[in-house]
Design a protein around this ligand. Structure first.
Ligand SMILES: [Zn+2]
Length: 191
């Protein structure tokens, strides 16, 4: 995976493409699939892959979306008001339960696994219908030296993190004087 916060540019881009989407829902949705990684490593290391149910389309559209929706409603306003000093009442207003919030969480989760997909040597994206180990990311194959998937994975990881990292920094620099724009859209506040 790109480091989890580096999924942010995708949420940002989706919110620019369609301004009706709920930006906090997109952001939270784009982070949530990775919460399974430490749990899988800690409790199921060696038994299950470190990317599993939340990195499948079925898991992302059900469990991932439910967790993201709850996290956007109950956690996002608390965390963001503390770190970015955005008014808590405005955040609560934007993070209310709505069909658009649920759709945005769904999209965030889906695009997370789509971004992960090219750079992983295995992908549970179509689990339980296709064995995760049968789906090798296209970037891994492309960057494999002498057919070495391990090297391909390493190169794909570096390249993906580099690109998403540069875009994330560019967005932060662009809005450094108005940090609230990074976590909540003005057009959402005024609604
Ligand atoms: Zn991931």
């Amino acid at each position: 995976m790109p480091i989890t916060p580096l999924h942010y540019p995708v949420a940002w881009g989706l919110s620019k493409l369609n301004r009706r989407l709920n930006f906090p829902g997109l952001i939270v949705g784009s982070f949530i699939p990775d919460i399974e990684v430490p749990i899988l490593i800690l409790f199921f290391g060696g038994i299950l892959p470190d990317h599993f149910i939340l990195h499948s389309l079925i898991g992302a559209l059900t469990i991932g979306t439910i967790i993201s929706t709850l996290a956007t409603i109950y956690l996002y306003p608390i965390i963001v008001s503390l770190i970015f000093r955005v008014d808590r009442a405005k955040l609560n207003e934007v993070c209310k339960l709505s069909p658009l919030l649920i759709i945005s969480c769904m999209l965030g989760n889906t695009f997370h696994i789509l971004l992960d997909f090219p750079m992983h040597p295995f992908n549970p994206i179509l689990w339980p219908f296709v064995d995760p180990y049968e789906i090798v990311g296209i970037l891994v194959l492309f960057l494999a030296v002498d057919g070495n998937i391990g090297i391909g994975f390493f190169n794909a990881k570096i390249l993906t993190n580099l690109i998403t990292g540069i875009i994330t920094i560019a967005i932060i620099v662009r809005y450094r004087k108005n940090l609230a724009e990074l976590v909540i859209r003005k057009n959402l506040i005024s609604r």
